[in-house]
Unconditional design. Sequence first.
Length: 162
Amino acid sequence: MGSFKISSAIFCFVLLAMFWPSRAQNSQQDYLDVHNAARAQVNVSRIAWDDRLAAYAKNYATQRMNDCQLMHSGGPYGENLAAGSGDFTARAAVNLWVNERQYYDYGSNSCTQGKECRHYTQVVWRNSARTGCARVQCTNSPSWFVICSYDPPGNYIGQRPY
C-alpha cells in the first residue's frame, strides 16, 4: 500500500510539472502586473481587469488564430496586439509593448527615430481604467497571438498619454 501512495504522489507531481509551466506568466495578474508597473513609472493610476473586455479580446483572438496576422479589430476599445513564437507569454507580450517606451518622446508627444511607440502609450494611457486580454495559439504556426483591449481607449491625436 505504501508504494502505491508513493507512486501516486510521483505521478501527480510529474503531471503537475508537465502542465504548470503552460499556465505560468499567462494569468490575469500577469497581464496586470506588467501594465501596472509601467503605469506606476509615470504616476498613472492602476488599471483593473475587466471580464467583459477579456471576453471581447478572447473572441477576437479566436477569430485570428487561423492566420494570427496583427490586424486591429476596429472595435470600440483601444487595443494592443502581439504575436510571438515559442512559449510567447502574456508577460512577454506586455513587456514587448512597454519596451517601446524608449521610442516615446514626451516633449514632442511622438515616437522617435521612426520607431513604434503607440503600444506603450496605450499601456500607460491615463484615462484607460480597465483592460481584458487573451492569448491563443495560432493554428498555422507554432506562434501565439495576444490581444489586450482597453476601456476607455487611448492614443488620441494631440493628447499626451500621461
